[in-house]
Design a protein around this ligand. Structure first.
Ligand SMILES: Nc1nc2c(ncn2[C@@H]2O[C@H](COP(=O)(O)OP(=O)(O)OP(=O)(O)O)[C@@H](O)[C@H]2O)c(=O)[nH]1
Length: 297
């Protein structure tokens, strides 16, 4: 590939932020955009300003799209909101499926699949509750999920040190939710049979522990360019490793893990969705599944 065509190659990377209302999703997005020295001209607003698209690295030509979803509100609406979020993710798979089935594919088709979903956990909780579990289970069926402890500056160090292992235990051991980074049993078996394949997989970073991040942000009115929160008695620098894992997460998302997240999306989630759709189509064709009936008025 010529240096010129490599330069012109664009990689789309799409990240979704999900969580209950007020857990700091939008503040996180703002922080990320601030640290990327966002050129406002490159920001596009759609669906009420919930989607932002930017070019993050000139050399690699990555276009980052952040989908900021409305926070979960009343408990009775959680399932409806969750349904809308999963429908959005599935719709992006449908677009790829449609594109793939064309005789002549569009070489400029944009990859809109959601490569990663950051799930913000309310720091007021002492452990995951039934809603978190339900949301995490459902999302991790369709997308790479990375759990985040939002607004963790509200916690003392002791509280943080209790909450983090408790969440890890719930996800890995108690509920066995297949979030991003969870080693899956099939992979272990394959590794035993195939050493080469095994060594390739080892290269994939799988440290869930590092993914539980905490964030803090409020931009100063006088714009002194410090990304932090001023409490009067002192201020917190959200880019400081002492207070927040923001810098680590940003590096993982945009550099060290980006390709793995994109690959996993295609190989694991899209392929699974594609198989489900094709099987459903075949089943409806031979009459095993009745097509959905419109409700009678
Ligand atoms: N202490 C603290 N406050 C925060 C942090 N992040 C956000 N906040 C504050 O929490 C409030 C809600 O933050 P948002 O970022 O709007 O939360 P959200 O999750 O986007 O909320 P919805 O849009 O309702 O879903 C705001 O007043 C923020 O200033 C944080 O890391 N620490």
């Amino acid at each position: 590939m010529s240096p010129r065509s490599r330069k012109n190659q664009i990689s789309h990377f799409n990240v979704m932020v999900v969580g209950f209302s007020g857990v700091g999703k939008t503040s996180f997005v703002r922080t990320l955009l601030e640290t990327l020295s966002l050129d406002q001209a490159n920001t596009i607003a759609s669906n009420g300003g919930k989607k932002r698209q930017i070019e993050v690295e000139k050399k690699e030509r990555i276009i980052l799209t952040i989908i900021d979803t409305p926070g979960f509100g009343a408990e009775y609406l959680v399932d409806k909101q969750l349904h809308d979020i999963t429908k959005y993710i599935e719709h992006q798979f449908d677009l790829t499926l449609q594109e793939e089935s064309k005789v002549k594919r569009n070489p400029k088709a944009v990859d809109t699949q959601v490569h990663c979903c950051l799930y913000f956990i309310d720091p007021k909780k002492s452990a995951l509750d039934e809603f978190d579990i339900r949301i995490l289970k459902r999302l991790s069926n369709r997308v790479n999920v990375i759990p985040i402890i939002g607004k963790a500056d509200n916690l003392t160090l002791a509280q943080r040190n209790r909450l983090k292992p408790s969440i890890i235990k719930d996800i890995y051991t108690t509920y066995k939710i297949p979030i991003y980074g969870m080693p899956d049993e099939e992979d272990d078996d394959e590794d035993d049979d195939d050493d080469d394949e095994g060594s390739k997989k080892e290269a994939k970073p799988t440290t869930l522990d590092q993914f539980l991040q905490q964030f803090d942000y409020e931009k100063e009115d006088n714009d002194t360019q410090s990304l932090g929160r001023d409490f009067g008695w002192g201020s917190i620098d959200c880019l400081g490793e002492k207070y927040s894992d923001f810098v680590k997460l940003k590096h993982m998302l945009l550099s060290s893990h980006r390709r793995y997240l994109q690959l996993d999306t295609v190989e694991r989630y899209y392929e699974q969705y594609r198989t489900e759709r094709l099987m459903y189509k075949r089943a409806t064709k031979i009459g095993m599944v009745a097509p959905p009936v419109a409700p009678s008025s």
